[in-house]
Design a protein around this ligand. Structure first.
Ligand code: DQA
Length: 146
């Protein structure tokens, strides 16, 4: 089965973006860690990042088609700022029925109030935040045991 890992806006800046919050690892480093984790579990990986909401919607639909064929292990989604704004991403998850792990590098609940609400959590099977970029590996290790 395949794990989809989708990353939203500004996550292409990981490594240089507010490193005191998001750490020093780049998105390429995160992708490599995800590849290693998937390989350990015999899972395939699709790993992408977009700054565009509609492109993320399209990719969730793509994951949904794979889900309908029985080929999706789970969708790990770090929707970044869209977490707090996007009904479209919520509807895409609900409309496709993909098993969702909502992920955040930082502990959003310890930050500004506008980060405390997530449109996605209501449709998520699991929510993981505050483990830094290691959260991606934790998510994949957990998905492998589902
Ligand atoms: C984030 C948290 C969001 O509030 C923020 O807008 C991001 C990244 C995280 O991974 O901690 O861009 O999703």
């Amino acid at each position: 089965k395949t794990v989809f890992v989708l990353n939203g806006p500004n996550l292409n800046l990981l490594g240089t973006r507010e490193p005191h919050i998001y750490g020093a690892q780049t998105l390429a480093d995160v992708e490599q860690s995800c590849r290693d984790a998937c390989e350990r579990h015999g899972l395939a990986l699709v790993f992408r990042q977009s700054n565009h909401e509609g492109e993320l919607v399209d990719w969730i639909h793509e994951a949904g088609r794979l889900h309908a064929q029985g080929g999706l292990a789970a969708l790990v989604l770090n929707a970044a700022a869209y977490t707090h704004t996007s009904v479209a991403l919520l509807d895409a998850v609900k409309g496709t029925g993909v098993p969702l792990v909502e992920l955040h590098v930082s502990n959003v609940h310890a930050r500004e109030a506008f980060r405390h609400h997530s449109y996605l959590s209501a449709a998520a099977r699991a929510v993981l935040c505050g483990f830094g970029v290691h959260g991606y590996v934790l998510a994949i290790d957990a998905i492998a045991r589902w």
